[in-house]
Design a protein around this ligand. Structure first.
Ligand code: NAD
Length: 252
């Protein structure tokens, strides 16, 4: 097992990509802290991990809140004994243009998608550094590397995720901490259906369009999870500051 005795925090752990990653990290031997705004769903994922014989605890939290992030990190340290891996993955999308976006919506998207990563790193980096290192993986998006329509706040926030990942990698490489982003293309999760709803589009048509890429299908959450496991493990020991694209060739 590639992550034997490692301790991991996964935010957005109750969602499509987050849940798959909690299960994949645990399958490689990691103990997992499942963090999500949805307390019931987070507990269900933690229970699913435990049912498979691994260690998991659920911590309900709003990742945009510093108090909540401090509580998450403290819980990991107290109950698991440290933090070796963080998957900053919680995210939200608003499918609107600039004139259609309220200032509150803009701030909320940045609070969840960007500030949360800053807050987590602010509180977890000293712990990882004291332990000799760690691996942080941030969820960007294809839309952090190219533009997309009717998603101004989301595109801006994911561009920030990709570049803050590089800045974090530069600052904390000397402390043995690797920081990378995983950038999914359209993955079959609740978020895609939410986008169809926000745009007022028929779900089946929206999903068919999402599959329009070289591999001719949407991604599965498990396929993103495997990239995260690799970035979390020593198999990627010389990889930091990278933007790994997992998108069926969409960007290509
Ligand atoms: P999802 O909606 O299934 O999961 C997102 C999870 O984040 C949910 O469980 C939600 O409760 C949680 N969350 C939202 N706000 C939160 C907050 N303030 N605090 C804590 N948890 C919060 O969506 P997903 O597709 O699994 O998305 C995971 C990540 O992948 C997101 O960052 C998203 O932007 C990114 N992404 C997804 C796709 C895709 O096609 N699905 C593509 C590119 C990037």
């Amino acid at each position: 097992m590639r992550l034997q005795s490692k301790k991991a925090i996964v935010t957005g752990g109750a969602g499509g990509i987050g849940r798959a990653t909690c299960l994949a990290l645990a399958a490689e031997g990691a103990a997992v802290v499942v963090v999500d705004l949805d307390a019931e769903a987070a507990e269900a994922v933690a229970a699913e991990v435990r049912d498979r014989g691994a260690t998991a605890i659920a911590v309900p939290a709003d990742v945009s809140s510093e108090t909540d992030i401090e509580r998450v990190v403290a819980t990991a340290v107290e109950q698991l004994g440290g933090v070796d891996i963080v998957f900053n993955n919680a995210g939200i999308i608003r499918r609107t243009t600039a004139p259609e976006t309220t200032v509150e919506e803009w701030d909320r998207v940045f609070g969840v998608n960007v500030r949360a990563i800053f807050l987590m790193c602010k509180h977890v980096v000293p712990i990882m550094a004291a332990a000799g290192g760690g691996s942080i993986v941030n969820t960007g998006s294809g839309w952090g590397l190219k533009g997309g329509g009717q998603a101004i706040s989301y595109c801006a926030s994911k561009g920030a995720v990709v570049n803050m990942t590089r800045a974090l990698a530069i600052d904390h490489g000397p402390q043995g901490i690797r920081v990378n982003s995983v950038n999914p293309g359209d993955v079959d999760t609740a978020m895609l259906r939410e986008e169809a709803r926000q745009l007022g589009q028929v779900e089946s048509g929206f999903l068919a369009e999402a599959a329009d890429r070289p591999l001719q299908r949407m991604g599965r959450p498990e396929e993103i999870a495997q990239a995260v496991v690799w970035l979390a493990s020593d198999e990627s020991s010389y990889v930091t500051g990278a933007a790994i694209v997992v998108d069926g060739g969409g960007i290509a």
